[in-house]
Design a binder for this molecule. Structure first.
Ligand code: ZN
Length: 183
């Protein structure tokens, strides 16, 4: 009995020492920034984030819908712009800052995304760089001048580092909130 107890104690001590050495190494490691691919997966995994699988314009280009942009990114591939856009069909890497913003917004709101890199926008739009997202529904209600959550969402985008935030009252944005990041 005595021998067993000693052995067990010794084994426990070894385990404790090993843990004491290993754990600080793990916790001290710098937090790796989430990858573009992982962030896209997080967006897809959030049931509160709806990504449109068509274009509000009615144009047919499944390759550049908001949903396909994020699916492509989650698979490690570039996202596509749309043939009727100012830039034609190009490959863009979605912004990790924007994807982080989308994930964070999803923790507070359910929302619907109409477009990211796809669709037609102003000639030098952040959308074509993959750094802008358009949102037309917040917690199930359409974005318009009477939706009180619009100002909340715009503020949330600003708090998340967005540099261009537009919505009802801004030309061309009566039905959606546009949040864009610098890169
Ligand atoms: Zn926009």
């Amino acid at each position: 009995m005595r021998t067993k107890a000693t052995t067990a104690t010794a084994a426990a001590s070894v385990t404790a020492v090993a843990a004491a050495v290993v754990l600080p190494l793990l916790t001290a490691a710098p937090a790796a920034a989430a990858s573009r691919q992982d962030l896209a997966k997080d967006v897809l995994a959030d049931d509160g984030i709806t990504l449109l699988d068509s274009h509000v314009s009615g144009n047919d280009h499944p390759e550049s819908t908001a949903e396909q942009n994020v699916i492509d990114t989650s698979e490690g591939n570039p996202a596509s712009t749309s043939p009727w856009s100012d830039v034609g069909v190009t490959d863009v890497d979605l912004s990790t800052n924007m994807l982080e913003g989308m994930v964070s917004l999803g923790k507070t709101y359910s929302y619907r995304v109409t477009t990211i890199a796809g669709g037609d926008h102003s000639a030098t739009s952040y959308h074509y760089a993959g750094t802008a997202v358009d949102i037309d529904q917040i917690d199930g209600d359409p974005v318009n001048s009477g939706n009180s959550k619009v100002s909340e969402l715009k503020q949330a985008c600003e708090d998340l580092g967005a540099v261009e935030i537009l919505g009802p009252g801004d030309a061309g944005h009566d039905t959606h909130v546009h949040c864009a990041w610098e890169s």
